[in-house]
Ligand binder design. Structure first.
Ligand SMILES: Nc1ncnc2c1ncn2[C@@H]1O[C@H](COP(=O)(O)OP(=O)(O)OP(=O)(O)O)[C@@H](O)[C@H]1O
Ligand SMILES: [Mg+2]
Length: 305
């Protein structure tokens, strides 16, 4: 287990596509960090650069006390779980989980001990002798995770590991992955484009857009104090209302006045901003920065000056 530190990390693919720009992020030891953002924003690229599957073209990535830029994937001591995890169909659950240890010539007794310990955490101990085809989708996904965790890597990298499970199973596996991560205590980077997944699983969430890190914070902070309109509109379900407004005056109580003004202005007619109870609105307003802090069901404005 180790920290993972990105310092000015950047990536330009050989065809000239820039996928990541001056990426600075400190993932603490044992932390569950989620990368979230729309398709193509660079999440997978950042993860593959960490794993050693893509060269780092700018800056550096450090895992523990080693800069890993020049290290081969197997020297980096990270384990990765992808969306399309391939289990060995002819091997039992036990052998699938223990395969990496066997390849590393870990003695049999130690191997058995590790596999049994991990299977217990994953709730797979009753099915160690089954083949993958005799398992449900969620159980197979857990075997894939077991195979990664059993090696006791410095960091655990997951790229949309739940995206090919059905909706119910996905919700269940989210909770399981969080539990397993806490129990094992492994430093984890988890990639998803699903903001609900990000907000429910991460200790902290890093929001990316077009290769740029927008904000990294605890879920509640992201929700309450989005740093810009992109984060504000990306985070939160249902989506936040956006209202154009001009700031003429700053100070306490302005949000109350605004809400009253809008309510007084006829409320929900066509073309009118609609202020929904229990939803949050974020006002974009000249120099003003908005937050959803105290005003549930309305909007608050803090002027920057
Ligand atoms: N091998 C490659 N060569 C050139 N460009 C690439 C390559 N792989 C990815 N890209 C580009 O880099 C950008 C980031 O891609 P990446 O796969 O990291 O996105 P992502 O955030 O994981 O998206 P998704 O949510 O769709 O998986 C995209 O514009 C993509 O088209
Ligand atoms: Mg991806």
């Amino acid at each position: 287990m180790a920290e993972v530190v990105f310092s000015g990390a950047g990536k330009v693919y050989p065809n000239g596509t820039r996928a990541l720009s001056s990426f600075d992020l400190h993932v603490h030891e044992g932390e569950f960090m989620v990368f979230v953002g729309p398709s193509g924003c660079g999440k997978t690229t950042a993860l593959r650069m960490t794993a050693g599957l893509e060269p780092i073209t700018e800056g550096e990535i450090r895992i523990g006390d080693r800069v890993v830029n020049k290290l081969d994937p197997q020297e980096r001591d990270v384990a990765m779980v992808f969306q399309n995890y391939a289990l060995y169909p002819h091997m039992s659950v036990r052998d699938n989980i223990g395969f990496g240890l066997k390849m590393r010539k870990v003695p049999r007794a130690e191997r058995t001990r590790r596999v049994e310990e991990i299977s217990r955490i994953l709730g797979l101990d009753e099915m160690l002798d089954r083949k993958p085809r005799q398992l449900s989708g969620g159980q197979r996904q857990r075997v894939a995770m077991g195979r990664a965790i059993v090696r006791d890597p410095a960091a655990f990298l997951m790229d949309e590991p739940l995206s090919n499970l059905d909706a119910r199973l996905r919700v269940q596996m989210r909770a399981e992955i969080s539990r397993i991560q806490r129990e094992v205590g492994a430093t984890t980077i988890y990639v998803t484009h699903d903001q609900v997944e990000a907000m429910t699983m991460g200790d902290r969430v890093a929001v990316l857009r077009k290769g740029h890190l927008q904000q990294v914070d605890e879920p509640q902070t992201l929700f309450d104090s989005p740093t810009n309109l992109f984060v504000a509109s990306f985070i939160g379900s249902p989506e936040m209302n956006m209202l154009e407004a001009e700031v003429e005056r700053a100070g306490d109580g302005i949000a109350d006045e605004l809400v009253e003004a809008h309510a007084g202005a006829g409320g929900t007619g066509p073309g009118r901003p609609r202020i929904l109870p229990a939803r949050h609105a974020w006002a974009r307003a000249g120099l003003a920065q908005a937050s959803r802090s105290r005003y549930s069901g309305c909007f608050a404005i803090h002027a920057e000056e």
